[in-house]
Design a protein around this ligand. Structure first.
Ligand code: ADP
Length: 358
């Protein structure tokens, strides 16, 4: 059992504050992913949980006990890094066993745990090999195995798949999700890759500039982004953003006049919006529909992905729009297509970037 709570957690390097008072609760057995652009503070937050960085202010508790002053080795946490950091002169077996040997564990206990981890990670055939005789993916499995044998109450992963090629990353994502399901232990995983976050997390925490922008399940964030940053960060291809102003308000939503003159409807907003207020309409490429009575879009480029076709173009004169249609499309560069921005698929954001639905 391991629950985590961060209360007002701050990190400063000298006079520079880079984590600005993070509040977060993580439940027992959750798989939480910290995601955000490079430099947003994900690793620093993770390293503070591990005890590798001092907490400048605020409190970190694990299972209700304050951890701020507890040494990393006493926190019962295992961390897996992007660099595998294996001992090159030791066999895989010894790499897995080493931490337990130095902790004075009995030989049989060590052997049982090493074999168990090797079975879970499918590295049994390689136990006698040295790390240099392994592929990148196999080395990363050994690094994960080294964490498993310690039977920690919390696993921390810092971009563990970044060194692997695309295919292996996809495979390891699945393996890590399975591992989490089998072990049922709380895991916190740091990545800049929103696809990793969407595919593995029970809950995603989106960070920007040392602040939590939103925390929620992958589909919560996809369906109800709290602000323009989260809307643009989650989902691929990225959400389209179209500038406009409020043209009218009705109980079932707002009418927005886009800067090119087109009118679109968006769902009702929490508060009344005056005519003329600047807003940004957001719609995901996969939600734009082709419709004969829609708005004209001139296509500048098409990408054929086989299963989908992505059209890059512009609504009216200037507003860039990306449309993803299912299947293989004969639409070509230079064509004008008509697109419908259905109200139920539109988001609206105010001048401060916050969703009007909030
Ligand atoms: P991320 O993991 O999201 O890429 P980091 O947590 O590594 O981001 O870094 C967050 C910010 O803190 C960055 O702006 C980085 O430059 C800064 N930073 C990290 N370590 C130090 C340090 N030792 N001294 C000063 N600034 C640091």
């Amino acid at each position: 059992m391991s629950e985590l709570s961060l209360r007002g957690v701050v990190k400063r390097y000298g006079a520079t504050e880079i984590i600005h008072g993070v509040d977060l609760d993580i439940g027992d057995g959750e798989f939480v992913v910290f995601v955000g652009p490079s430099g947003c503070g994900k690793s620093t937050l993770l390293r503070m949980i591990a005890g590798l960085e001092e907490i400048s202010a605020g409190e970190l508790c694990i299972d209700g006990v304050r951890m701020n002053e507890v040494a990393p080795a006493k926190r019962q946490i295992a961390m897996v890094f992007q660099s595998y950091a294996l001992y090159p002169h030791m066999s895989v077996y010894d790499n897995l066993a080493f931490g337990l040997q130095t902790a004075g564990e009995q030989k049989e206990v060590i052997d049982r745990r090493v074999q168990h981890a090797a079975r879970l990670l499918k590295i049994e055939p390689y136990l006698g090999r040295k790390p240099k005789a392994l592929s990148g993916g196999q080395r990363q499995r050994v690094a994960i195995g080294r964490a498993i044998v310690r039977q920690p109450r919390l696993f921390l992963f810092d971009e563990p798949l970044s060194n692997l090629d695309a295919e292996l990353r996809v495979q390891m994502r699945v393996e890590l999700s399975k591992l989490h399901a089998e072990l049922g232990v709380t895991m916190i995983y740091v990545t800049h890759d929103q696809v990793e976050a969407m595919t593995m997390a029970n809950r995603i925490v989106v960070l920007r500039d040392g602040v939590i922008e939103q925390a929620g399940s992958p589909l919560d964030l996809y369906n109800r982004p709290a602000n323009r940053f989260v809307a643009g960060f989650i989902g691929s291809p990225k959400m389209n953003f179209l500038d406009g102003t409020v043209a009218g308000q009705a109980p079932d939503g707002l009418t927005i006049r886009l800067d090119g003159g087109e009118l679109v409807a968006v769902p009702p907003s929490g508060a009344a919006r005056e005519r003329g207020t600047a807003v940004t309409v957001g719609i995901r490429p996969e939600h734009v529909e082709l419709a004969d009575d829609g708005l004209p879009m001139r296509v500048a480029l098409t990408e054929q992905l086989g299963g989908n076709t992505v059209l890059y173009g512009a609504l009216g004169a200037q507003q860039a729009l990306v449309v993803q249609v299912v299947g293989q499309s004969g639409i070509r560069r230079g064509d004008t297509v008509r697109v419908r921005l259905a109200k139920e698929n539109c988001h609206a954001f105010g001048g401060d970037g916050r969703s009007l639905a909030a």
